[in-house]
Design a protein around this ligand. Structure first.
Ligand code: CUK
Ligand code: CUA
Length: 765
């Protein structure tokens, strides 16, 4: 037939000319040519070959970075430094529907403080769940410094499941840090405030009424949630408790928390007093808090805690009497506190000291056992003499902050903020091994699983606060710079600069990619935020719209390329509740759902059910549609919300039936295709039997019909392939797709036939 030839010819033309154009425009460049053209050195090439991950291959490690003031988590691969995902945590993430569908709104609502919505966070420290001191890849925790909160992310689907609000603090910084079996997630207060935190006390009563503390959030691994009822805090003096770390191995059962401003200075430059930064760094030493959390937990279980805001707090007098908290002086305004992988030492960096101090847990314990204390602090806590606790001190450089560990024994890396360097050193022997410059002003640094009992070495990421001249300028606010450094050799080698354009990521943890086992689909009908069956879930064919009073509740489904229902009818003032289940089982077939001007959006991954809710407060016609380009007919994945004036008579609503996925359904679908083909054949027989070529309108309709039928070959191949694998879902879907094309072709054919009959077609010669 004429149109077949025309179609084939245009395809050939497209293919032929396409190839010729590409072939002649570019001559192949050699590696040398590229190096010359781009001014690359051998060293650059080596670095590139260490980070380049070719298409189809994957990264060895997956990093989870705090998003800083943007309040979420950024996931990227190492060594490629390619961003893989943003996880909405304390901040709404529209593309994920986070904060726009009911279940995720409920998670964010857990983070309300005194009934107030707080839709941003200052995320600082992500922590991976651990089993026996090793990363297990199951959960991620992260804190919000500004509003004292902690979030739980399940790594089966990389979604935030829970936010808990600290009941006694107004800020918190030293979290999240987990104990070796994730019994507790540690969170330390930062700026001291009254613990009965709804009460006012003047700054003049700072010493008496203001307090710090450390909270131990109990993690219920089976539920995958923090259990606030079994969580507790240890009251501490109003020193600014800072970073923390849990003991491990021999030091398991203990935790360590830095502090600064043990001067308890409260500023007041407005009243003529010297400013905070002068008063808070006057002394040569601050205190490391050494806390026996196992004992504290026992005392709390025995009813020795005081309830403050309904939360168990072990008060200072009990801690002193029972030997729960001890202090050790640490040099000037310390920042990081990091327990070594073997659990024997604790390294502390003094921001205003050039040394890193290595404390021996064994020595600390010996002093405690012997009752050997140099003094008591103003609150009566025993203070161990620094010399009695120190293993060694190593001079590293200016502004040491954080330390991470290597797979090689005794090797540590410490960030030097002021020097803009990373120092590699040996904590057993106390000597510097190597230094490398970074760009610029490094905060945290991170080695692969470098805060676990089993660091993996290989790479280090420097989290630089400033990038200054490293990237194309984008205005006064520059991106952060995460620099990848190869640490497999004796000398550190800088490999790659990654701009991070969101907030100020403080800390990152990286896990071996093979340890992560996320799912690709939910069990059909799952509420992903509760991990339970969603009350609004329906199966194919069960879709319905229920009106009760002035509430319209939709139980719908999504599948390529169709939203069921296609229309939602309501009256002005109705409450609209739309439940949608993604019936797809295919990997990566997510549908989105948006309704014009009602500020709702959902991301509905295969198997997920979501609910969006709003009041139809304005009469009108509101299109809704799928926001993910999910198939060739994605744009057709649409419908209308019809908001009618009150009293308007409803018209008949036609609902599409859903599909089903069994082998029987597949066979039925096949039969439908065969039957439809018979109809098409008979129609084509009629048309080709008459002088249809004399009717241009009919020729156009036939061209369109053949276009539709031309798509069947591909769909049939996919249907056959799926059926061969007993993948009845896809076999049925692709056969359905064949039928969709057939129906469109048959429709055109029948219209052509009618046209010919009504316009006096004659038998063909
Ligand atoms: S902190 Cu930012 S550089 Cu919040 Cu861990 Cu040290
Ligand atoms: Cu579903 Cu687009």
């Amino acid at each position: 037939m004429k149109f077949r030839t025309k179609q084939a010819a245009s395809m050939l033309l497209a293919a032929g000319f396409g190839c010729a154009a590409v072939g002649s425009a570019y001559a192949a460049e050699s590696l040398q040519d590229v190096m010359k053209r781009r001014n690359l050195s051998q060293q650059d090439l080596l670095a590139a070959s260490k980070t380049y991950v070719p298409t189809g291959k994957r990264d060895e490690f997956v990093a989870f970075s705090s998003g800083g003031q943007s309040g979420q988590v950024i996931v990227y691969g190492i060594p490629s430094m390619r961003i893989l995902k943003y996880i909405g945590v304390f901040t709404p993430e529209p593309w994920q529907g986070y904060g726009f569908d009911e279940s995720s709104k409920a998670v964010l609502a857990q983070g309300k403080i005194d009934g107030k919505d707080i839709t941003w966070g200052d995320t600082h420290h992500p922590a991976m769940s651990e089993t026996q001191g090793q990363y297990d890849g199951q959960f991620l925790f992260i804190n919000d410094k500004a509003n004292p909160r902690l979030a739980v992310i399940d790594l089966r689907d990389f979604e935030t499941k829970q936010i808990v609000v600290n009941p006694i603090y107004k800020s918190e910084h030293g979290g999240a840090f987990v104990t070796p079996n994730t019994e507790y997630v540690i969170e330390a207060a930062q700026y001291a405030t009254p613990l009965e935190n709804k009460k006012f006390y003047p700054l003049e009563e700072f010493n008496e009424k203001y307090r710090g503390g450390v909270t131990y959030w109990k993690f219920d691994r089976k539920e995958g949630r923090i259990d606030p009822k079994k969580s507790f805090s240890v009251e501490l003096p109003p020193y600014s408790q800072d970073l923390s770390d849990a003991g491990k191995g021999p030091s398991d059962g203990w935790s360590f928390t830095n502090s600064f401003c043990t001067e308890r200075y409260v500023g007041g430059i407005e009243k003529g007093r010297p400013p905070y930064e002068a008063g808070c760094s006057a002394k040569d030493t601050d205190y490391m808090h050494v806390i026996n959390w196992k004992k504290a937990a026992e005392l709390v279980a025995a009813g020795r805690a005081k309830k403050i805001n309904g939360h168990d707090v072990l008060m200072l007098d009990t801690s002193i009497k029972e030997g729960v908290v001890f202090l050790v002086p640490e040099p000037k305004s310390p920042h990081g506190v990091d327990v070594t992988p073997d659990g024997k030492f604790i390294t502390v960096s003094g921001k205003l000291d050039t040394h890193v101090s290595v404390y021996s847990f064994e020595k600390i314990q010996a002093a405690i056992k012997a009752g050997k204390f140099e003094s008591k602090d103003p609150y009566g806590l025993p203070v161990i003499n620094m010399k009695d606790a120190l293993h060694t001190q190593v001079q590293l450089g200016l502004g040491p902050l954080h330390t991470q560990y290597d797979a090689k024994p005794c090797v540590a890396y410490t960030s030097l903020y002021v020097d803009s360097q990373v120092a590699k050193w040996n904590y057993c022997e106390g000597k510097v091994l190597d230094k490398i410059s970074v760009h610029y002003n490094i905060g945290h640094l991170m080695t692969m699983e470098g805060d676990s009992m089993d660091p993996k070495g290989r790479y280090l990421v420097a989290l630089n606060k400033l990038s200054i001249d490293r990237f194309a300028p984008v205005g006064p606010l520059h991106p952060q710079n995460h620099q990848l450094i190869d640490i497999s050799d004796d000398k550190m080698q800088l490999l790659y600069d990654m701009p991070l354009p969101l907030g100020e990521p403080h800390y990152v943890v990286a896990i071996e990619a093979s340890k992560l086992k996320p799912g690709v689909r939910y069990k059909v009908g799952t509420d992903s935020r509760t991990d339970k069956k969603h009350a609004g879930a329906v199966r194919a064919g069960e879709e319905k719209t229920v009106r009760t009073g002035n509430k319209v509740e939709v139980f719908g489904t999504l599948i390529r390329s169709h939203i069921t229902p296609e229309t939602i009818e309501a009256e002005v003032g109705d409450e609209i509740i739309i439940n949608l289940t993604n019936l797809e089982r295919a990997q990566d077939e997510t549908h989105g759902f948006a309704v014009s001007t009602y500020n709702v959006h959902a991301s509905i991954e295969p198997g997920k059910t979501v609910q969006v809710k709003f009041k139809a407060d304005k009469e009108g016609v509101y299109p809704y549609y799928c926001t993910e380009f999910c198939s060739a007919l994605h744009l057709e994945m649409q419908g209308y919300l019809l908001v009618k004036p009150k009293g308007w008579k409803p018209t008949k609503t036609a609902m599409s039936a859903g599909t089903n996925y069994s082998e029987a359904d597949y066979k039925a679908q096949l039969k439908k295709v065969v039957d439809t083909q018979a109809v098409i054949d008979s129609v084509v027989g009629y048309i080709t039997g008459v002088n249809y070529k004399d009717f241009p309108d009919v020729v156009a309709m036939m061209d369109d019909a053949v276009d539709q039928l031309g798509k069947i070959k591909d769909a049939k191949a996919k249907a056959d392939e799926a059926a061969g694998k007993k993948d009845w879902n896809n076999a049925t879907l692709w056969t359905e797709q064949i039928w969709q094309y057939q129906v469109k072709a048959a429709d055109l054919g029948l219209r052509a036939k009618t046209y010919l009959e009504q316009n006096g077609a004659k038998k063909a010669k």
